[in-house]
Design a protein around this ligand. Structure first.
Ligand SMILES: Cc1cc2nc3c(=O)[nH]c(=O)nc-3n(C[C@H](O)[C@H](O)[C@H](O)COP(=O)(O)OP(=O)(O)OC[C@H]3O[C@@H](n4cnc5c(N)ncnc54)[C@H](O)[C@@H]3O)c2cc1C
Length: 464
């Protein structure tokens, strides 16, 4: 058994853990990061990046397919469309390799030691790692738990064979004839839409009355409409019961009725849970908040010197939240007076059309006691949207009635993910609708919708 010691020991090299380690290294802390699988975590290896690569490939294929079917309104024609999904996956894997290699390089540059192996927590200051070369015991001044999350299972549909989690779905090398997606959250919708564009017969089964149940129905309606146009069948208030792999059917119960949905493969995306079991963490008896580790605004757990960041600390389970916490925790450990004081954690669903949510939804702003006004502006009034052949969706602004202080933005539209930065900046900088309406936005861009929605909020709309 080898014995090592360090100032900062990070368990998990996802976006939370690797950012914490890089920053800690830059701040002169002797830092070790332990990862049992691959540097980059869920996000780089099996999450954000692979899913966006697949979505892009599916979009490109869909355009060629439409042209080959004579449906191009742009006058483009093509002989036929074909896709070799195994080549698509190799291309995606290349991007993953490039990014994870980049992260490994950044860790090296920051002087961080990367150890590959399973970490087990012995106590708040000691961790044992099983590496390929044997056991290593590490004593640390500060321990950062960044072990991420894993997919939630449905007891009637255990993962394995034709029942896939997002990980297996993002590694398929052939397009299934039919794919049933259980769970209409963003992960299921993103992957389901991609496979529909790749030619699979896709069905989405959602237990709630609409897809994206965390958001209001106005936001999900344009997506439902587009899914239907793509031939995707949607079942709401429905529960998946059992899969028959021989017949390729999934039985789905809606009220008293049970119907059979075509399902060569079943993708189960009913949520993710924090990865907190199986590595000795229970022995610390840390305070919990529901299923997550309880932390304060300095990412400190209930035990001195033990910190937690990323998906293990709660919703929203998103890469950029994990990264922001990673940066913060390194500053805290280095003795800086840093605290979590963000106004917003933006969220993007890379569905078709995309959805962006920044800050408060109208109902949330009302519940928080604000005197709220809401204005919206349709994408169909935006020249750029029309040149991109898409006029569905809208931009919505939530602001305080008296002061005009912007409390939140929501947008639905093809390509609107790129508006997220401007939305976030506006809320974080405490902009008012007057500030936004007075900012010249380049023409023709989708970003003009932001200025226009601010003008609408002031009752001075020009192009609507
Ligand atoms: C299909 C999919 C698409 C997604 N798309 C997006 C998106 O577009 N945008 C976005 O913001 N978020 C997205 N997410 C969510 C995002 O991936 C996570 O929020 C993010 O990865 C969380 O980062 P983390 O550092 O907390 O944990 P993770 O990225 O999960 O990393 C944790 C790491 O810890 C390691 N580990 C766990 N236990 C141990 C142990 N005992 N010893 C050693 N190592 C251990 C794991 O192997 C893992 O690599 C997506 C997720 C999925 C599944």
């Amino acid at each position: 058994m080898t014995d090592l010691s360090c100032d900062v020991l990070v368990i998990g090299a996802g976006p939370g853990g690797y950012v914490a380690a890089i920053r800690a290294g830059q701040l002169g802390q002797k830092t070790i990061i332990v990862e049992k699988q691959a540097v980059g975590g869920t996000c780089l290896n099996i999450g954000c990046i692979p899913s966006k690569a697949l979505i892009h490939a599916a979009d490109e294929f869909h355009c060629v397919k439409e042209a080959a079917a004579g449906h191009s309104r742009l006058g483009i024609s093509a002989q036929s469309a074909a896709i070799d999904l195994s080549r698509t996956m190799s291309w995606k894997d290349g991007i993953v390799r490039q990014l994870t290699g980049g992260v490994a390089g950044l860790l090296r540059k920051a002087g961080v030691d990367v150890m590959t192996g399973m970490a087990t927590v012995l106590d708040g200051k000691t961790v044992q790692v099983e590496t390929g070369e044997g056991s290593v015991r590490i004593a640390c001044q500060n321990l950062v738990i960044a072990t991420g999350s894993t997919p939630v299972t449905v007891p009637a549909l255990p993962f394995g064979g034709d029942i896939l989690s997002s990980t297996e779905a993002l590694a398929l090398t052939e397009v299934p004839e039919s794919l049933a997606v259980v769970g209409g959250g963003y992960i299921g919708l993103e992957i389901g839409t991609a496979f529909a564009k790749l030619g699979a017969r896709v069905s989405i089964i959602e237990a709630k009355p609409h897809i994206l149940p965390h958001y209001d129905e106005d936001l999900s309606k344009p997506i439902s409409a587009r899914l239907k146009a793509l031939g995707v069948s949607l079942s709401f208030d429905s529960v998946a019961q059992a899969h028959d792999p021989q017949r390729g059917l999934l039985s789905v119960r809606k009220g008293d009725a049970v119907e059979q949905v075509p399902a060569e493969k079943v993708l189960v995306t009913v949520g993710r849970k924090p990865a907190l079991q199986g590595f000795g963490l229970e022995s610390l008896g840390l305070d919990m908040q529901g299923p997550f580790l309880r932390i304060n605004d300095r990412c400190q757990t209930s035990m001195r010197g033990v910190y937690a960041i990323g998906d293990v600390t709660g919703e929203p389970m998103l890469a950029h939240r994990a990264m922001a916490q990673g940066e913060l925790v390194a500053d805290v450990i280095a003795g800086h007076p840093a605290r979590w004081d963000k106004r917003v954690i933006p969220a993007v669903c890379f569905t078709d059309p995309e959805v962006v949510v920044v800050g408060m939804l109208p109902a949330q702003a009302k519940a928080a006691g604000h005197q709220v006004e809401v204005a919206s502006y349709p994408m169909r009034a935006n020249g750029r949207a029309l040149t991109l052949e898409r006029s569905d969706g809208f931009v919505r602004i939530v602001h305080e009635a008296k002061s005009g202080l912007v409390l939140g933005f929501q947008a639905v539209g093809a390509g609107c993910a790129e508006l997220v930065g401007e939305f976030g900046l506006a809320v974080e900088m405490c902009a008012t609708v007057t500030d936004l309406a007075a900012t010249i936005h380049a023409h023709p861009t989708l970003s003009e919708t932001l200025q226009e929605v601010a003008l609408s909020a002031l009752g001075k709309a020009l192009h609507a």
